[in-house]
Design a protein around this ligand. Structure first.
Ligand SMILES: NC(=O)c1ccc[n+]([C@@H]2O[C@H](COP(=O)([O-])OP(=O)(O)OC[C@H]3O[C@@H](n4cnc5c(N)ncnc54)[C@H](O)[C@@H]3O)[C@@H](O)[C@H]2O)c1
Length: 295
């Protein structure tokens, strides 16, 4: 099968799903992008158009902007995305990028497993939820895998590939190959809470929030220490705003519950911000305030 004929479904058109769909389309995949919220579909479409335009200006696209965009289509449900079973059978990869909630993802995975044939790879972009738990009740759990892209997807080279004990080695190899075709570097890890990326990153972000909460320093000071002193390209609090504070809180809870160690306790300030709807860039306010331009 030539690259141009490969077909993918991406579920969730938020910041990650739209980025994943964009990168797949950039490297020749025909991509259907599904989100239950019309507004999110529109935002996702705009985000992709803007990003592809900028990358074209920089000369860093392997194909023409119009060709890339023509490979993408947008739908508000799975039913709307596929006319019949034959169309579904032609999809070799599904990437789930909906909200970071275990029950929502489990419900979606059982629907996907019931609808797509056993050969279709079902990948989750989850930041922290157990791939084993997503897969264990499904028919053909061997085709379920973590394909954890980083934000912003078009720019970040890493894909953390998460193999559960149920994932077939052939599926791991296929997904590593797909990631390389997208000009990413796949790194294989095993399925434990937070995997590697968020097991290491999220406690640092949480600690930075504790530093503000306990009055050690201001938001700006904490970020400056880490950018100027540790050469981080972005301070941990700004990074948290970009990831989404709701996602950060969810991941801390997964680490806290999954590893059973009090050192992963989410900071009360993080909980308070999320409860108040201060979710970071996506809501316009987190540790910093964002206008439309900053978004
Ligand atoms: N934000 C990051 O930096 C980052 C990085 C890596 C991985 N992730 C993971 O990627 C996933 C998505 O994160 P995001 O930041 O794009 O979130 P987001 O809130 O921007 O987008 C989630 C989207 O999913 C849609 N959605 C929810 N339930 C749905 C359903 N049942 N069917 C279809 N669409 C549905 C929502 O309408 C929304 O558009 C999460 O699992 C997150 O942990 C996030």
């Amino acid at each position: 099968m030539s690259t141009a004929q490969k077909k993918a479904l991406v579920v969730g058109a938020g910041q990650m799903g739209s980025g994943i769909a964009q990168v797949l389309a950039t490297y020749g995949w025909i991509v259907r992008l599904v989100d239950t919220e019309e507004k999110q579909l529109e935002r996702g479409k705009k985000r992709i158009e803007e990003s592809v335009r900028k990358l074209q200006e920089k000369g860093s696209l392997p194909d023409d902007k119009a060709h890339i965009l023509s490979r993408l289509s947008f739908f508000s449900s799975l039913d709307a995305a596929f006319q019949d079973d034959a169309e579904m059978r032609s999809v070799s990869l599904v990437v789930e990028a909906i909200v970071e909630h275990k029950e929502a993802k489990r419900a979606l995975f059982s629907e996907l497993a019931a609808r797509f044939p056993a050969e279709t790879i079902l990948a989750s972009n989850t930041s922290s939820i157990s791939i084993t738990e997503l897969a264990s009740d499904l028919p053909h759990p061997e085709r379920v895998i973590g394909m954890h892209f980083m934000n912003p997807v078009p720019l970040m080279p890493l894909v953390e590939v998460i193999a559960s004990p149920l994932t077939a080695e052939a599926v791991v190899e296929q997904v590593m190959g797909m990631a390389r075709e997208l000009r990413k570097t796949p790194v294989k890890v095993n399925d434990f809470p937070g995997f590697v990326s968020n097991r290491v990153l999220m406690p640092m972000i949480n600690e930075a929030i504790f530093a503000v909460y306990e009055g050690v320093a201001s938001v700006e000071a904490v970020d400056q220490v880490m950018t100027l002193g540790m050469r981080h390209p972005m301070g941990p609090l700004k990074l948290a705003d970009f990831i989404g504070l709701d996602t950060c809180l969810y991941i801390m809870n997964v680490l806290y519950e999954g590893l059973g160690d009090p050192k992963y306790r989410p900071c009360p300030l993080l909980k308070q911000y999320v409860a108040a709807g201060r979710l970071g860039v996506k809501s316009g306010r987190g540790f910093y305030v964002y206008d439309d331009h900053a978004r």
